[in-house]
Design a protein around this ligand. Structure first.
Ligand code: NAG
Ligand code: NAG
Ligand code: NAG
Length: 384
């Protein structure tokens, strides 16, 4: 339950002093839709724009017993500092595989979160995280990373999945409201974060590598509540982050071209590259999530994934007609090739001048040194 000073005062004025037992048992719908009562509202800038910068696959903590592992981490910190200074984003996203959990120690694994969030804390940039298969390992879990992040990053908007939602290892399904102006009654954009799990359980058993079916029902009930309180979903935009790409993207890779889908395309999507495709997974287990997201969330500008470090392209998935983009590998850790470079994906929303209607959204890759490439508009022109 959310406790607000104003509410408490009102109760006192009414002479209801037996706090807290006199509070209503259930939170109201508008309270359920105000998940950050004690944090600043995230808003567009006065000029009607919002810039989101996505760091992906940072892979901190590799081989701490060698020289190169810690060097990689300090290189990744350098990338983050430089990019945050140059880009000055309104919001940042860490899109999974923050940590290479295979190399961590039970007693200090979450200390890596402190290192990862330090540049974001210093730059005072609000942000939140999705989690990846390397964040679920014997000595680390998504839930442990989230708890630590909440503890050490005052501007973290990362939340835990609602009770019963997300399945084993899927602790991070949530959304973040973004408002056009601070005083608006309803958000203009909802950023959704879905937990595609993967990796191994703390008992060293393979973990399911797809968004759990329980998330499908949760999406339906959350969007229903949003429609009731804020008005029809068509009035809002949405953007979605999920670390492992949905399995439906696998065949799409065969249809892309460098002209229509600019950006590095160096990772062929094979076993384990997309959700529910690893050797231990039955196929297409992400379908309930996928169907529910596409049906219930209106105006999804794009689904954004990392995981496949050699891919940067955006493409349109034809059967459900949505836009999908890969991130840019940001960390010096994790597999890769130095010729691929390290960087971020930027996403910029432009709200229309009259304050009504859908935003125009552009996106591109920015490399560590400042070079940019693969610019696209995330709209009907993409892939045509
Ligand atoms: C760290 O970055 C420097 C400069 O780009 C590079 O020469 C070096 O190989 C990187 N170190 C590691 C361990 O990745
Ligand atoms: C987990 O941490 C323990 C305690 O530090 C360590 O002995 C063990 O090797 C780690 N296990 C794995 C799989 O990383
Ligand atoms: C965790 O402990 C190990 C073993 O003492 C050490 O090598 C490593 O650097 C520590 N990691 C962090 C993030 O503190």
């Amino acid at each position: 339950m959310v406790l607000r000073p104003g509410f408490f005062l009102l109760f006192n004025l009414l002479g209801v002093l037996a706090w807290p037992t006199q509070f209503p048992e259930r939170t109201t719908p508008s309270e359920l839709l105000d998940p950050y009562p004690h944090k600043p509202r995230i808003t567009f800038k006065d000029d009607g724009t919002l810039k989101i910068t996505v760091f992906s696959d940072l892979h901190f903590g590799e081989n701490p017993w060698d020289v190169w592992g810690p060097q990689q981490d300090s290189n990744s910190t350098r990338v983050m500092k430089r990019v945050l200074k140059d880009e000055n984003p309104d919001y940042a996203v860490l899109n999974g595989d923050l940590i290479t959990g295979e190399n961590t120690f039970r007693e200090n694994a979450t200390r890596l979160i402190d290192e990862i969030v330090a540049p974001l804390n210093a730059a005072r940039v609000p942000f939140s995280s999705a989690h990846g298969n390397h964040d679920n390992q014997v000595n680390i879990t998504h839930a442990e990373e989230i708890a630590r992040e909440q503890q050490v990053a005052p501007l973290s908007y990362t939340r835990f999945s609602a009770p019963g939602v997300g399945g084993e290892g899927g602790a991070g399904n949530y959304w973040v409201p973004i408002y056009k102006r601070k005083s608006d009654n309803a958000p203009y954009l909802i950023i959704w974060f879905f937990d595609s799990r993967g990796g191994v359980t703390p008992q060293n058993k393979p973990a399911a590598d797809w968004v759990d079916a329980s998330v499908a029902d949760w999406i339906e009930s959350e969007t229903k509540l949003m429609d009731e309180v804020w008005g029809p979903g068509e009035q809002r935009s949405a953007l979605a982050f999920v670390h492992i790409p949905p399995h439906v993207m696998q065949p799409v890779q065969k249809t892309i071209t460098p002209e229509k889908n600019p950006g590095l395309n160096a990772d062929v999507l094979g076993t384990g590259s997309a959700q529910s495709t690893s050797s231990t997974s039955p196929p297409a287990q992400d379908t309930p999530f996928w169907d529910s997201a596409n049906k219930n969330i209106k105006n999804i500008v794009a689904f954004i994934s990392g995981h496949d470090h050699g891919n940067e392209w955006c493409a349109r998935e034809p059967t459900k007609d949505f836009v999908f983009c890969f991130d840019k590998h940001s960390g010096y850790g994790g597999y890769g090739d130095s010729s691929w470079g390290y960087g971020v994906r930027n996403i910029v929303f432009h709200a229309p001048g009259n304050g009504k209607g859908k935003p125009k959204v552009e996106s591109w890759i920015r490399l560590e040194e400042g070079q940019t490439r693969a610019h696209v508009w995330l709209d009907h022109t993409l892939g045509h």
